[in-house]
Write a protein that binds this ligand. Structure first.
Ligand code: HEC
Length: 485
């Protein structure tokens, strides 16, 4: 597709909010594109979701249920509030897409013409991003299931004994998607995890929530179904020191039959020297305004704050708590409180869908700002996830019935122009909007867009729906499409 076509499509696409959905809705023409884009990555054979949604019969059988789970926002699973901040790989349906699904159900779920079906996308096998330079694998398969329980098992994967590894991306490839619910990576430079493994007769060792000790990194990466692999921009990356161990904590979901898993981590080396090593800032219980304690049958909210001592650029944010946690809000404020930078809001915390949330571009937090993390906990019996029945007093700790308060911030020290560095997976459409061909999608391209599509009425590119196409629409475009090509 030429750049010009792409731009025109972009303008029509952004304008689609202005038109109602088609009156006659069919599966093949209208519903399949929505399901294939937003649901099939998990709802296909061999993935963890309970049923495939790939054919007319499958989707039509669940039609009313699909309307219900999409209208309530339960599916597709995406816990951050997308009116608060944006992330790479957001899984949200537009109002129009939800309306199309409802209209289809209301019209009796017509099938339509199979010729209109766009076909299932080709889902990547082996890797989303290329061939890995190194594959770290669980030493032996682990067997889980048969008793409908959850299991949290940590596997110790030795990295290179002699050389530091400069890393551009770490990609978790679950070995058995029927039981692999999510994974969290850590880094150990002390051998502690290996000795915990040696004490546990099973492959790996059991540990809920974290790694059972304070590792060098407790949040070195994460995987949930459908997650996109974060590739660091050139010159930015992670170093895995010689002789260290990468830790892989697998959450295995309930299964009626025994399943075997041998998960791998694809490691991609940085082609250029890493000039900017990704650091992780941690807000923890020591940053709270009061001691962390959750009395039985009570709701509690804790506020953490941390001063930012240098200009930094955030790559991602990951709030972490266990099963009693109920919501999170994380933001930064300027010294005089005149400026607030919203980072993430999770109105309804779900332990099962936690992960790293990657910003669309590097996000600057100036020196002198304060980071705030506010977490609420529901230690009553009306919290369906409460692990204690009846509720008990709960303290800070690693166990399933303990609680936690952590926010992990991945960052690099700020450099001018960071705001334009995209963290989205690079693909053709992103770079197609580099209209002035200077290798980056920046304000210049957006000014061109403005001159081409700017208007004050009947606007296709009026993304913020204020009836005018202005710089604020372009900033929104830039935050989505800004990239280094
Ligand atoms: C990231 C993976 C993922 C995506 C994307 C996803 N689902 Fe699901 N879905 C699941 C999992 C896992 C379950 C079972 C566990 C649960 O209910 O949370 C599920 C359950 C369901 C259920 C059954 C709910 C129940 O309680 O039994 C329906 C219906 C459903 N999904 C529809 C959809 C639709 C429609 C979409 C797209 C609009 C979608 N899902 C997208 C992973 C996903």
């Amino acid at each position: 597709m030429s750049r010009w076509h792409y731009l025109l499509n972009l303008s029509f696409w952004t304008g689609s909010a202005m038109f109602g959905h088609a009156q006659n809705v069919t599966f093949h023409a209208d519903v399949a594109p929505i399901i294939y884009t937003h649901c099939a990555e998990c709802h296909r054979v061999g993935e963890i979701s309970p049923m495939p949604l790939t054919t007319f019969n499958e989707v039509s059988m669940y039609g009313e249920f699909i309307e219900y789970v999409t209208s309530t926002g339960y599916m597709p699973p995406w816990s951050p509030d997308n009116s608060y901040s944006h992330f790479v790989g957001e899984r949200v349906l537009t109002t129009e897409e939800k309306a199309t699904l409802s209209a289809w159900v209301a019209q009796g779920k017509p099938e339509g013409d199979p010729a209109d079906n766009p076909g299932l996308p080709s889902f990547p096998e082996g890797s989303q991003i290329g061939s890995p330079d190194l594959v770290l694998s669980m030493a032996e398969p682990y067997t889980h299931g048969g008793d409908m329980t959850d299991q949290y098992q940590v596997f110790v994967l030795p990295a290179d004994p002699n050389n530091d590894l400069s890393i551009r991306a770490l990609e978790v490839r679950p070995g058995n998607r029927n039981v692999s619910h999510h994974a969290i990576l850590g880094l150990d430079v002390t051998g502690t995890a290996a000795s915990l493994d040696a004490q546990d007769p099973e492959p790996g060792y059991e540990s809920f929530g974290g790694f059972g000790f304070s590792a060098e990194s407790n949040f070195f990466g994460a995987w949930v179904p459908g997650a996109l692999t974060l590739e660091y921009p050139p010159g930015i990356g992670r170093i895995v020191p010689a002789g260290s161990d990468v830790l892989l904590q697998m959450h295995y979901g309930p299964s009626p039959i025994e399943e075997s898993d041998q998960t791998e981590i694809n490691v991609f080396f940085s082609e250029e020297p890493i000039e900017r090593e990704v650091e992780t800032g941690i807000m923890g219980p020591q940053h709270l305004d009061e001691p962390f304690y959750l009395p039985a049958n009570q709701l509690r909210t804790f506020q953490g704050s941390m001063q930012v001592a240098a200009d930094v650029s955030l790559l991602s944010v990951a709030p972490h708590c266990h099963l009693i946690g109920s919501s999170w809000e994380v933001f930064a404020t300027s010294p005089s409180n005149q400026d607030t930078i919203p980072l993430i809001s999770i109105p309804s915390w779900d332990f099962n869908w936690q992960g790293f949330f990657t910003f669309p571009t590097l996000t600057k937090i100036p020196s002198g700002y304060t980071l705030h993390g506010i977490a609420s906990y529901d230690n009553t019996s009306s919290n369906p996830f409460n692990p204690n029945d009846p509720p008990q007093n709960v303290t800070f700790g690693e166990g399933t019935t303990d609680e936690m308060f952590f926010v992990f911030f991945d960052y690099v020290l700020y450099q001018e122009g960071d705001e334009l560095i995209s963290l989205a997976p690079s693909d053709e459409p992103t770079c197609a909007s580099d209209v002035n061909d200077d290798g980056v999608i920046s304000v210049g391209d957006m000014l061109f867009l403005l001159s081409e599509f700017g208007c004050t009425s009947d606007c296709n590119a009026d993304i913020d729906l204020d009836d005018a196409v202005t710089i604020s629409d372009l900033l929104q475009l830039l935050s989505t499409y800004g990239a280094t090509c």
